[in-house]
Design a binder for this molecule. Sequence first.
Ligand SMILES: [Zn+2]
Length: 461
Amino acid sequence: MTRTLITNGLVITASDELSVDVLVEDGKVVALGTGQNWTADTTIDASGKYVVPGGVDAHTHMEMPFGGTQAADTFETGTRAAAWGGTTTIVDFAIQSMGGSLREGLDAWHAKADGNCAIDYAFHMIVADVNDASLKEMEALVGEGVTSFKLFMAYPGVFYSDDGKILRALQKGAETGGLTMMHAENGIAIDVLIEQALARGNTDPRYHGEVRHALLEAEATHRAIKLAQVAGAPIYIVHLSAAQALAQVQAARDEGFNAFAETCPQYLFLSTDDLARPGFEGAKYVCSTPLRPAEHQAALWRGLRSDDLSVVSTDHCPFCFKGQKEMGIGDFSKIPNGLPGVETRMDLLHQGVVEGHISRKRWIEIASATPAKMFGLYPRKGTIAPGADADIVIYDPTATQVHSASTHHMAVDYSCYEGRETTGRVETVLSRGKVLISGGEYHGKPGDGQYLKRDTCQYLR
Ligand SMILES: [Zn+2]
């Protein structure tokens, strides 16, 4: 038996802030208390620090193929970077290929991740090809712990599903308890605008933001929610970025419907000003949904406070500027879509606490507890309580750091936040009781992370 004791810190969960010691035994939290005279093999003094549950990032794309290239982080490098940033669980997306089965896609993603991850991981399934066979497979997957399925209203010819296919998948979700996740942008209309923009010679990265119009996100969000209501199924909107789309989610929730949504740090901290950076620099900020004008940020923070936005994930999908983003020089539609972010989410959201947008408990709720509950991992993940996995971050709330590609651990040649200073910093990271990060060093190895079978969404019981 190995015992670790974390003393003198402020334990913050989604529900409480307590000055208590935390006792960890064989990878699990076994007790919280004060004045207990507990003995341990290792004692970590967390004086002046926060003791928080490790982050749960419910939206990552490690080594994902996209537009003839592949996301730059492997499961090995990406999960290690996540650990550096205080995230101890990711839920990545396995992809069904067109004409292939869900099983083949899932097996391929297991092969990429198995034995390579630094932290625990689970999978959602991207359903690219809705047909009788794949609908049938969804039932089996829910039973195996893959309990959420992502569909796309964008990317015609790649991942796109029409409304009929989406309705059928939602009906299957209603039947099995699987949660449907939606990329809500009207891809058919966007493709017309892309063609028109390129024909006018508007080829720079900033046009990526213009053609992916906020109203086309709002329209798709509205349609997705209505299709879900018709099917009697819950729905989860991924990477929501437009205030108008948020209004659709809010209206549905006000009617008492199970519509959930996540946003990402890039929509809270970056804007179309970044997409419009001179030269080809804006390509670093090309992701979908796109960055919006800065005035959307206040609406998103408000949505996070009111719980109309329940989760902040990263949509981590990094492509190097050199050689990858550069594929779109002269044609913004060929820039691989995606940003690095798995390492910076906890810090940026803490910066949201520092700047007064959210409370400390809400920080933990949107970054750890709610994603764990949404995707069937709670209370094993997302909290510090007896019985939970000892995924624990000792966080220094006063240390400052300057973000830079020269110091981050993601396998990508730029940082979206280059030169930006934030307050707060990860000091120590435990994953199931094992110290992964301490004293500015990584002590883990590939394969420390285990695959997690998930329960169904815990907001629907
Ligand atoms: Zn994504």
